[in-house]
Design a protein around this ligand. Sequence first.
Ligand SMILES: *[C@@H]1O[C@H](CO)[C@@H](O)[C@H](O)[C@H]1NC(C)=O
Ligand SMILES: *[C@@H]1O[C@H](CO)[C@@H](O)[C@H](O)[C@H]1NC(C)=O
Ligand SMILES: *[C@@H]1O[C@H](CO)[C@@H](O)[C@H](O)[C@H]1NC(C)=O
Ligand SMILES: *[C@@H]1O[C@H](CO)[C@@H](O)[C@H](O)[C@H]1NC(C)=O
Ligand SMILES: *[C@@H]1O[C@H](CO)[C@@H](O)[C@H](O)[C@H]1NC(C)=O
Ligand SMILES: *[C@@H]1O[C@H](CO)[C@@H](O)[C@H](O)[C@H]1NC(C)=O
Ligand SMILES: *[C@@H]1O[C@H](CO)[C@@H](O)[C@H](O)[C@H]1NC(C)=O
Length: 533
Amino acid sequence: MVVKYSLSVLVLAAVALAKGSSSVNWGNTTGTSSDPFPTAVGNLGDMGYAAAPFRAQVDKVNTPKFDNNRWGIEMRWKPYNAQKDGATSDDIFRNVGAQSPYHPADDLFPETNKYLPVPDQCTIKQVHIVHRHGARNPTKLYEKPPGSFGQKVANLSKAGKLDVSGQLSFLKSWNYSLGQAVLTHQGAQELFDSGVRAYFDYAKLLEKYESKPVIRTTSQSRMIDSARYWTLGFFGWDAADKVNLEVLAEYDYQNNTLQPKQSCPNADNDDFQLGDKLVEQWQDIYLEAPRKRLQQYFHGAELTKDDISSMMIMCPYETVVLGYSQFCNLFTKEEWENLEYELDMDKQGSNGFMAPTGRAQGIGYVTEFLSRVQHRKFDGPQSSQNRTIDQQDQYFPLHQPLYADFTHDTVMIGILTAFNFTQFADWMDPTKPDPNRRFRTSRLTPFAARFFFEVLECDGTDYIRVKVNEALLPLDAGQGCEGRADGLCKLDDFVGHLEKYAYDASKFQTVCYGKNGTDFTVTGPVHSGAPES
Ligand SMILES: *[C@@H]1O[C@H](CO)[C@@H](O)[C@H](O)[C@H]1NC(C)=O
Ligand SMILES: *[C@@H]1O[C@H](CO)[C@@H](O)[C@H](O)[C@H]1NC(C)=O
Ligand SMILES: *[C@@H]1O[C@H](CO)[C@@H](O)[C@H](O)[C@H]1NC(C)=O
Ligand SMILES: *[C@@H]1O[C@H](CO)[C@@H](O)[C@H](O)[C@H]1NC(C)=O
Ligand SMILES: *[C@@H]1O[C@H](CO)[C@@H](O)[C@H](O)[C@H]1NC(C)=O
Ligand SMILES: *[C@@H]1O[C@H](CO)[C@@H](O)[C@H](O)[C@H]1NC(C)=O
Ligand SMILES: *[C@@H]1O[C@H](CO)[C@@H](O)[C@H](O)[C@H]1NC(C)=O
């Protein structure tokens, strides 16, 4: 049913590039409309659809193995020179950062794996879900990788100067045909599956809940689509009658904890995207070897660092958009690992513990979490919330046994930082990858990533435990917890610690609205997700 519906959408819209609606009709916004939960609030973002896939025709991966992965995409590629490194397809598809198709973080905290079942004396009372959208198209069209390489090839081809050989021969019959920003079918499936999974895990919690649950997302196309596919999986085809989908506009000057940069101007300022600078330094080091190797097969023009970057990231993008990508086996296992290091530094430096605005980007959700978990009306401290919305029970209910909020990977990294999950506070040196780091975006924020905060009652006392893509996070003293082997923490300790420290540590007002050099000084990446002086 899902497939049929979305296929028709794709066919209608194939290859069309649509400019997202930029007209704003505030009469439609949550809290102001005559329809209390409008979904057509505009602000879909710039978007465009990709070409229609034809995997049955083009997929020539020849292995004696059936394609047993649960998705409809080709993931059997191995890295270049795989025999030499003993590499497997995991070395590609689990090393492409936030562009990784969803996979549980089964190797993130092996020490807690045996504690995954809920302890016998405990009952789950509540769950808070923070969910990323599913696999999407690249957010930019031609101005940046990978689209820029697509344009370069098209230009050369048009001028009759595309001269390729060996490993790059396939470019003769290749076209850049990705869309922009919209959810892919892979993404739809990831979200539908996740909704089904959440239904099996938590449906019982909603049994006695009398109202329609409110599920929040933002207005961008992929965000609304993701929330819808998830609710389809959880609630069925008539999900729209069973839940209230609250769509918060991603628009200038609209406070929105699920897209906080609108209310944190410095976080949106390029000077504070320190990840970009780390990425540049590291790219200069690791991209030269594959550039030289591939240049041998590309005769018409000089390949640049950006071209190699494009070719690498093309692999996961074409895979989730078209089901198949010949770029996947151009790079070695080590090169994929180097790419992952780049993608990780980008997020740690711009949204995580190395970002001066890291905590500020996540504190809005954390404060809302504190209201919900204590059933206490939102009364600040104010950060990225829209107070008008959060103070109304209809839009910010306080007694739901299950909450689900859909957001972006950047925001999810900010949320981990604002919760002070220093388990992920790895300092990353842009000249030297750290193979032992915990901070891996392929594990933390792959497509359709999900964090679960489960409130449990055990022998009359409330506890919390946190799952990051199914891995159980061992809560420790950094969160005010005892550091139990099973990851559980007394809810009072966890909440008390956050109440006491989290907002102040975010330095929200100062770092979002202050002036560098006057109100604080940031000369480079930080260690604690906030300015250090
Ligand atoms: C807002 O509401 C009006 C009236 O119901 C509707 O015509 C319009 O399509 C809605 N969406 C936007 C983005 O304005
Ligand atoms: C390709 O050609 C177009 C039109 O001439 C030009 O605007 C663009 O910059 C070129 N892009 C690349 C990557 O060469
Ligand atoms: C690329 O796409 C264009 C337009 O769809 C088509 O005319 C052209 O033949 C394609 N080129 C290749 C090499 O497939
Ligand atoms: C807050 O929400 C209300 C109701 O939707 C809206 O009218 C207002 O513009 C929003 N303000 C900000 C700053 O987000
Ligand atoms: C929006 O957030 C800013 C920054 O925290 C705050 O000054 C403003 O009062 C908020 N507006 C609403 C409607 O909550
Ligand atoms: C964060 O955790 C570290 C220990 O990992 C601790 O030193 C620090 O005080 C904590 N900060 C906050 C704001 O909770
Ligand atoms: C802040 O100011 C310092 C000193 O003028 C400068 O070196 C640094 O790059 C600035 N940081 C940001 C994030 O703009």
